[in-house]
Design a protein around this ligand. Structure first.
Ligand code: ZN
Length: 541
């Protein structure tokens, strides 16, 4: 042992460069630079350079590079232990499975250390090596990303939950200690809270924007300049109305997960390397890292608001009909029921109608209902449900517990089985890819065949990963249901002696209200209204 430690490490330097490495790192990735760094490292670490290997003009995705192969042959022939040095992992290769196969399988068998300078990887020591699979994945991601605009550094930072945007979102500022960390901006965090509480009470984005304007609050862009020391005069010069908030700005604030403590990155990307134009990425491609900084808004408020925020709301002059916005639905076409408002001139009372019908009378039927009638029906419904639950007393609580637990255990057992099977399959595929790789390097199967087969296995793995995600989501959902049941009990007791409806109450208790078309005329006219409560529709009550 002691002898080995004091022995000088015998190093083979490996350098690679290709056109697909992009221009950004051209200088630092040049062959000369790579070798220079390697020689300096060896000098500083008292290592001997056995040989230098260079593949100039070869892509990192392909491992069939003459000097990489020569180096591997040399190592196999060499009876003495030694090491490979590269500037970073991507120099060695950009295919995750194969790089990992080399580093974890082939090289240890050949008593060969792997050193990647910029990634802090040195397989002689454990420190930092646990990150290696992770870095290797990033290298692969980078290679696959055709636009090459997402630099691995940025992606890496995003995956770690670091804030990488150019401007801190309104309500936050960058920490003076670390610009990648957000801290609450206590000068305006109350405004964020106010915006959320107004939305919670059913106010539209448009209404809130007007409110902020009247309250003389600077809009986010103007506020940023104000923070940098601009005077009001300067702000008025730049923006005609620095306090003029748009409803879009409000909507953006109401949907941004940054306010519940999560960091969201990769929401947009440049269209192509030719165009600098930003396009929105689908939500599945967002990188969301939870709990990276202090939250301003609680989860429950945030989630409730997401249900309504996308709906365009209009509050009537009396500010009354916003109560049901987004909650009342047409059971025939699925659209919302919109309010007509109150027409005092024609002495018409406010009523709600299917918005498809309002747009075009051939699309649906009216589903018309008087606002006041609906109000009374919903209020009665809530009252009777609460009193019914109270009469059930402990039985009710037990029923909820029984239902949620039964549901939970039978389902999660099935999931456990499926999870075990899927994980087993993932391992099998890993083994098969490694075997394919082995056979390919030994020349037993052609490169073409190798590519085909690995691609097929990778597809299967991707499918499995999707299913694994689904299962995890469902498991989380189950847990949520149990939690919700408990929440519901707490909410119910809050509205024990309810006499008027409030927006907050509707949001908390009700998922949707379905208004059916009226049947019959005059005295025989009946209309069905179905109130769907948010929790526990399965509970037989
Ligand atoms: Zn309809």
């Amino acid at each position: 042992m002691l002898e080995q430690q004091t022995k000088q490490l015998r190093i083979r330097l490996y350098a690679r460069l290709s056109k697909d490495d992009g221009d950004a790192d051209k200088e630092s990735n040049s062959i000369i630079n790579q070798l220079e760094l390697g020689r300096r490292w060896c000098k500083e670490n008292n290592a001997i350079i056995v040989k230098e290997y260079v593949d100039d003009g070869y892509s990192g995705t392909n491992f069939d590079r003459p000097n990489l192969q020569l180096m591997m042959d040399d190592i196999q022939d060499d009876q003495t232990s030694g090491g490979i040095w590269v500037k970073d992992m991507s120099r060695f290769g950009r295919n995750n499975a194969i790089v990992m196969y080399y580093v974890e399988e082939i090289l240890p068998k050949l008593n060969t250390t792997f050193i990647a300078l910029n990634d802090n990887i040195d397989t002689r020591y454990d420190d930092g090596n646990e990150l290696m699979p992770f870095k290797s994945i990033i290298n692969e991601y980078y290679a696959r990303d055709t636009s090459k605009k997402i630099r691995s550094v940025k992606l890496n930072q995003a995956l770690q939950g670091k804030f990488i945007g150019s401007q801190a979102p309104y309500g936050y500022e960058r920490s003076p200690d670390d610009k990648h960390v957000l801290i609450i901006d206590y000068d305006v965090h109350r405004v964020v809270k106010k915006v959320y509480s107004l939305a919670y009470r059913g106010k539209s984005a448009h209404w809130i924007a007007r409110y902020l304007h009247r309250a003389n609050l600077l809009k986010p862009e103007a506020y940023r300049y104000h923070k940098k020391g601009w005077t009001m005069e300067q702000l008025h010069e730049k923006y005609k109305y620095p306090t003029y908030w748009t409803s879009n700005a409000v909507r953006r604030m109401l949907t941004n997960q940054v306010y519940i403590g999560h960091t969201v990155a990769h929401k947009q990307q440049t269209k192509s390397f030719k165009s600098k134009k930003l396009v929105d990425n689908p939500k599945e491609q967002w990188i969301i890292v939870e709990n990276t900084h202090e939250r301003i808004i609680d989860d429950e408020t945030f989630e409730l608001i997401q249900k309504f925020v996308s709906i365009k709301k209009r509050t009537t002059k009396k500010g009354k009909t916003g109560l049901f916005t987004g909650i009342v639905k047409c059971p025939d076409c699925g659209a919302s029921l919109g309010s007509t408002g109150i027409d005092t001139k024609r002495k018409r009372r406010a009523r709600l109608r299917c918005v498809s019908y309002v747009r075009n009378t051939t699309f649906c039927t009216s589903h018309g209902i008087l606002y006041d009638s609906l109000y009374q029906i919903v209020l009665d419904n809530i009252k009777s449900r609460i009193s019914h639950m109270e009469s059930l007393g402990d039985d009710f609580t037990d029923e909820i517990r029984r239902l949620s637990e039964a549901n939970w255990s039978s389902q999660s057992q099935n999931f456990d089985k499926e999870l075990a099977n899927l994980n087993k399959r993932v391992k099998e595929i890993d083994t098969m890819i490694i075997r394919l790789f082995e056979q390919n390097t030994l020349g037993k199967i052609s490169d073409e065949r190798f590519d085909q087969m690995t691609a097929a296995y990778e597809d299967e793995q991707a499918q499995i990963k999707l299913r694994l995600n689904e299962i995890q989501e469902e498991l989380a959902n189950n847990e949520k249901q149990v939690e919700e049941a408990q929440q519901y009990l707490a909410i119910i007791s809050k509205y024990e002696n309810v006499t008027t409806l409030t927006r907050e109450m509707l949001c908390e208790l009700i998922e949707s209200i379905h208004v059916y078309d009226a049947v019959g005329k005059g005295k025989d006219r009946t209309q069905k209204v179905k109130v769907n409560f948010r929790f526990l529709n399965k509970v037989s009550l």
